[in-house]
Write a protein that binds this ligand. Structure first.
Ligand code: AMP
Length: 187
C-alpha cells in the first residue's frame, strides 16, 4: 500500500507517517528529512539548498524529484511507501505519477490532515523547542504556511477526484487521528 499524508506544515504528517510505518511495516518518504540529512552531511546538494530551507522556501523540484527516484525504484520498498511532505507542487504530483507508473505502482490512499493556521502556529512553536529545527522560527513558519496555501494546497485538486481521498480533522489528538486513519485503512 502506498499512502500520501497531505497537509500544512505542522499538521502532524510526520507523526502519522511514523505510526503507519510501524503499523504497516512500510517506509517513510519524508523529503524534508532527506533534505535536512543532505545539509547535515554538508553534501553538494546540502550546500545548494541550505538557504532556501532556512528561509522556508521550497527546494527546486529537480533536486527533490531526483532524491525521490532512488526510493521509488528500490524494489524492497515497492508498495510500502508513506509519503510525508511530497508532493508539494503540481509538477511533483505529476512526476510522482510518472515514477509510480514506471514502477507498476500507484497511490492507494491520500489523507489530508486539515488544521487551521492558529493551531499550526502554536504547534510549530512547540516543535521548535523540542526538535530545534532551524526553519521553525516565527517568521519562517508564516512564510511556510503562506507557501503551502499558495502552492501546495492547490495540489489537493489533483487528488480530490481520487476515490481514496480522505479529509481528516488534523486538530484532533494524535492518537485519535491515528485511529481514524487505521479505521479507514482497515488495519
Ligand atoms: P518538512 O520537513 O516537510 O516540513 O520540509 C521542510 C522544508 O524542506 C520545506 O520548508 C522545504 O524547504 C523543504 N522541502 C521538503 N519537502 C519538499 C518538497 N517536496 N519540495 C520542495 N521543498 C521541500
Amino acid at each position: 500500500m502506498n499512502i500520501i499524508i497531505f497537509g500544512p506544515p505542522g499538521a502532524g504528517k510526520g507523526t502519522q507517517a511514523k505510526n503507519l510505518v510501524k503499523k504497516l511495516n512500510s517506509f517513510q518518504v519524508s523529503t524534508g528529512d532527506m533534505l535536512r540529512a543532505e545539509i547535515k552531511n554538508d553534501s553538494d546538494i546540502g550546500k545548494k539548498i541550505i538557504n532556501n530551507m532556512n528561509e522556508g522556501k521550497f527546494v527546486d523540484d529537480e533536486i527533490v524529484n531526483k532524491l525521490l527516484e532512488n526510493i521509488i525504484f528500490d524494489k524492497k520498498k515497492n508498495n510500502k511507501l508513506i509519503f510525508d511532505g511530497y508532493p508539494r507542487t503540481i509538477s511533483q504530483a505529476q512526476n510522482l505519477d510518472i515514477l509510480l507508473n514506471k514502477s507498476n505502482q500507484k497511490i492507494d490512499f491520500i489523507f489530508f490532515l486539515n488544521v487551521k493556521k492558529d493551531a499550526i502556529i502554536k504547534r510549530i512553536e512547540k516543535r521548535k523547542i523540542l526538535e530545534k529545527r532551524s526553519d521553525d522560527n516565527s517568521e519562517t513558519i508564516l512564510k511556510r504556511y503562506d507557501t503551502y496555501m499558495e502552492i501546495t494546497k492547490p495540489v489537493l485538486d489533483y487528488y480530490l477526484k481520487n476515490q481514496n481521498f480522505h479529509e481528516i480533522d488534523g486538530s484532533m489528538e494524535i492518537d485519535d487521528i491515528s485511529l481514524k486513519i487505521e479505521e479507514i485503512l482497515n488495519v
